[in-house]
Design a protein around this ligand. Structure first.
Ligand SMILES: Cc1cc2nc3c(=O)[nH]c(=O)nc-3n(C[C@H](O)[C@H](O)[C@H](O)COP(=O)(O)OP(=O)(O)OC[C@H]3O[C@@H](n4cnc5c(N)ncnc54)[C@H](O)[C@@H]3O)c2cc1C
Length: 473
């Protein structure tokens, strides 16, 4: 082989990160991209998602932004209100995001984002999807061969030899489990103590109430905050749906086994958690049909010593799961994919030099780890700020909100902060990879990605037999 485009790329998982990996490699001209997904199809969680400019920049390069944009809402302001009183603490106008960063900040349906990526993939003959097919174990991470086992739902397991293995298999990543086992490292999924209700109200439910209709028709992302809880709401799907996502202390999952991440919630329990929030919130929560309350466990992961082993790399929630409070989880997974395709294409040796490929993957980690760690930390910090209960810290926060409103001083919330927005939205992950590849590659000694220790068997356990019915978080 002397053309890197002949490399065999295997992607585990067809969530946002996996779909993006497949598309990123196909767009770079790779001819053999296989995606293995436990679920039988792309069944989408009914929920909204924020589409930040740094994500949109990547989608646009792949030619799949236009269809997503057609039904997205361009968010032009953000408002934070006290949950109990509906008093506005701060209102941030952001009419010029597209002018500043080249792309707008939008909200959309998850099905629209995943569907846009999937439609893009379907146009690429290089990509083959294997649904109802789970990664069951990794036989070898290299250095010579990278081999893993696939377990189809109703057929015999089979082995696959690949050149690059990408673990885009989410927070419960089996690739990560196998990798850590080979490295003899203990790092576990962590409990955040937080859970989220996800709600979608239709226009027909809201249109008879002028106050609610005004919310649906505004280009505003709203938050109502209270002690240990908050609610985020924005319009999606051409303003036919109002998407509401909450965050509150987890009580229902605390005693549940680790494998459970979503559950049918109880409406009375949900109403009780937000009982002290004002009438607007009450009206909306009461519109949720009994039996359609969906609650999600929010989990994170203890820091990983590496995302790379031999010819394998982790992507998205598999290596940097985040609390959703900065709306960057899927954006980071999509950026990871774009950077991976860029660095693998840049590796010297045209695909023949495996050591060069291993080092290129290490460059990916070097490019991505500090940034994603920073964003994960900022998301956690946002939660601490928004969730303050009565006391001096809350008084100080509200004073800062007031000053921001009156004098334009910094906003204590990270998502709405123009400074943080600038840092996140102006970032062009592909340009950075192009600019820094040679310099970072040159710093790496042979064996820099740990493959020297990786000859042994890394069979994953547990998750691979899961019966996922939904794709994406
Ligand atoms: C409440 C909430 C709100 C959020 N809001 C936003 C937002 O506004 N903006 C934003 O950018 N992000 C947001 N996020 C984060 C975002 O949803 C996730 O970070 C992102 O979807 C992760 O994508 P992923 O592909 O890494 O993982 P996942 O979406 O979890 O995909 C992993 C895939 O791998 C498959 N899989 C797992 N194991 C195997 C196996 N062994 N073999 C084969 N397949 C396997 C799974 O079935 C799944 O399809 C939010 C998250 C939450 C919880």
């Amino acid at each position: 082989m002397s053309d890197y485009r002949d490399l065999r790329i295997s992607v585990i998982g067809a969530g946002m990160g996996g779909l993006a990996c497949a598309l990123a490699f196909a767009k770079k001209g790779f001819k053999h991209v296989d995606v293995y997904e436990t679920a039988s199809n792309l069944g989408f969680v009914g929920a909204g998602i924020q589409l930040a400019p740094n994500m949109v920049r990547v989608l646009d390069r792949w030619g799949c932004w236009e269809s997503i944009a057609a039904e997205a809402t361009n968010i032009r302001s953000s408002s934070i209100r006290e949950g109990a009183t509906n008093r506005e603490l701060v209102h941030v106008e952001m009419p010029d995001i597209a002018e500043k960063y080249g792309y707008p900040h939008c909200t959309g349906h998850r099905a629209s984002l995943a569907g846009g990526l999937y439609e893009g993939c379907k146009k690429e003959p290089a990509i083959t999807f294997h649904f109802s097919s789970s990664l069951a174990g990794v036989t070898s991470f290299g250095p010579d061969k990278t081999v893993f086992t696939v377990q189809p739902r109703n057929a015999e397991a089979y082995e696959v030899e690949t050149d690059i293995l990408l673990g885009a298999d989410g927070i419960k990543s089996a690739v990560r489990t196998a990798m850590l086992r080979v490295l003899n490292v203990e790092a576990d999924v962590e409990d955040t103590g937080q859970a989220a209700y996800r709600i979608m109200l239709s226009r027909s439910q809201m249109e008879h109430d002028p106050e609610l209709l005004a919310l649906l028709d505004a280009d505003c992302a709203l938050r109502w905050i209270g002690a240990k809880r908050h609610i985020v709401a924005y319009p999606i799907s051409n303003k036919t749906i109002y998407n509401i996502s909450t965050c509150q202390p987890d009580v229902n999952f605390a005693a549940a086994p680790g494998a459970t991440y979503t559950t049918r919630g109880s409406k009375p329990a949900m109403l009780k958690v937000y009982a002290d929030f004002g009438p607007t919130v009450q009206k909306m929560l009461n519109m949720v049909p009994e039996g359609e309350v969906c609650e999600w466990k929010l989990r994170s992961h203890s820091p990983l010593p590496t995302w790379i082993l031999g010819a394998a790399a982790l992507v998205g929630d598999a290596c940097h799961p985040t609390l959703p409070h900065l709306s960057q989880g899927a954006a980071m997974a999509i950026e990871d994919a774009a950077v991976l395709a860029e660095v693998v294409s840049s590796a010297p040796g045209g695909g023949d030099d495996r050591e060069a490929l291993f080092k290129a993957l290490k460059v990916y980690e070097l490019l991505r780890k500090d940034r994603t760690t920073l964003l994960v930390d900022l998301a956690a910090e946002s939660a601490r700020t928004l969730h303050l209960g009565e006391g001096k810290a809350k008084e100080e926060r509200d004073r800062q909100f007031l000053n921001a409103k009156k004098r334009g001083t910094p906003i204590p919330d990270k998502w709405a902060s123009p400074e943080v927005q600038h840092m996140i939205y102006s970032y062009d992950c592909v340009q950075e990879a192009r600019d820094k590849f040679d310099e970072l590659y040159a710093t790496l000694a042979d064996g820099a990605n740990g493959h020297a220790n990786s000859g042994s068997n890394g069979h994953a356990n547990g998750y691979a037999n899961g019966n996922a019915t939904e794709v994406a978080a």
